[in-house]
Write a protein that binds this ligand. Structure first.
Ligand SMILES: NC(=O)c1ccc[n+]([C@@H]2O[C@H](COP(=O)([O-])OP(=O)(O)OC[C@H]3O[C@@H](n4cnc5c(N)ncnc54)[C@H](OP(=O)(O)O)[C@@H]3O)[C@@H](O)[C@H]2O)c1
Length: 295
């Protein structure tokens, strides 16, 4: 039995799908019984629990052989991860596959979102559970959430001129399914990227091609970006975190292309251009909201 946290999210959904395709028995954690996706079949046992409620995680972890530990981008993520790890340790000695982010094994990250990943890894080690880390780069899907400003012809980010090897979140989910259902990953940190590193100017060009109009990349200063994010209604913690993340990109620290996806999945990583082509119609569609986040 494999417990998946974050099962209804960007990585969780393709992960649950990939585990079912492999015939694995899945327990998918949801906050609310009403949010169970229609695509989940009888092989997916939905369990209602809250990462903030340690007590609710004990029955969720009962009898599991492995857990995919994905926490949301949240100031309480380190505490949430601890709750899951403690519940897993009570259940026996399940494998913990932790979703972190690129660079987790290399150094202390300047990005606040990533502090929870490092703390979670320390806690898993202290608990004596077998562990593996997936460390994906930024998700290509982040660009799909910026449709309104892209349609207006601008990709504005504080990312400088550096290239980033964004990864398709579906590849991350499928790689996670491989790690959860095969042996030989204990103590490994799999860094997962897309097939190429692209500058945001190049990305703007690809988005423009998908939209059928010119899209220009505008490099923003950290202050400009933070102000723009706060203006969308984003809270200060997340706005500052996104600025830090793009500062890491601008420093060229997310440009490496790894063989993580081809090695785990035996095929090339999905490209950003393929994702944009797939979503071209939706990107062109009339906006239903003006609120958006930078990638
Ligand atoms: N976005 C990126 O580019 C990127 C890149 C590398 C790493 N990461 C890391 O990936 C993780 C986010 O993954 P994602 O993008 O797949 O997540 P996501 O799409 O934001 O989904 C978050 C998931 O967590 C669940 N959740 C939130 N709060 C919860 C709570 N209190 N109790 C139980 N479940 C809760 C959500 O459930 P509901 O459906 O109920 O909301 C949802 O299933 C973060 O750790 C982030 O640092 C992100």
């Amino acid at each position: 039995m494999i417990l998946v946290t974050g099962a209804t999210g960007t990585v969780g959904r393709p992960l649950v799908r990939a585990l079912r395709d492999r015939g694995a028995t899945v327990r998918a954690l949801v906050r609310d019984a009403g949010s169970v996706p229609a695509e989940w079949d009888d092989g997916v046992e939905a369990v209602v629990a809250d990462l903030n409620d340690a007590g609710s995680l004990v029955p969720a972890a009962d009898g599991i052989d492995a857990v995919y530990l994905l926490t949301p981008v949240d100031p309480d993520a380190a505490r949430q991860a601890r709750h899951v790890i403690d519940a897993a340790a009570k259940a026996g000695r399940p494998r913990v596959v932790l979703q972190a982010a690129i660079g987790v094994g290399r150094r202390t990250s300047p990005v606040r979102f990533f502090a929870a990943h490092a703390a979670a890894l320390d806690h898993v080690k202290a608990a004596g559970l077998p562990w593996t880390v997936l460390a994906p780069n930024g998700f290509q899907q982040n660009f799909l959430g910026s449709a309104a400003s892209l349609r207006a012809g601008t990709l504005a980010l504080p990312a400088g001129a550096a290239a980033v090897s964004y990864v398709d979140a579906r590849d991350v989910g499928e790689a996670a399914a491989e790690v959860l259902t095969t042996e030989g990953h204990e103590g490994a940190i799999h860094e997962l990227t897309g097939p190429e590193a692209l500058t945001h100017e190049e990305i703007a060009g690809f988005i423009g091609a998908a939209l059928g109009r010119e899209v220009v990349y505008r490099d923003r200063t950290p202050d400009q970006a933070r102000t723009a994010l706060l203006d969308t209604g984003l809270d200060a913690w997340r706005a500052s975190g996104l600025v830090e993340l793009h500062g890491m990109y601008a420093a060229g620290e997310a440009a490496a292309v790894t063989d993580g996806i081809p090695r785990l999945l035996g095929r090339p990583a999905r490209s950003l251009t393929a994702l944009l082509t797939e979503h071209a119609a939706a990107l062109r569609a009339t906006p239903t909201t003006t609120q958006e986040r930078p990638a």
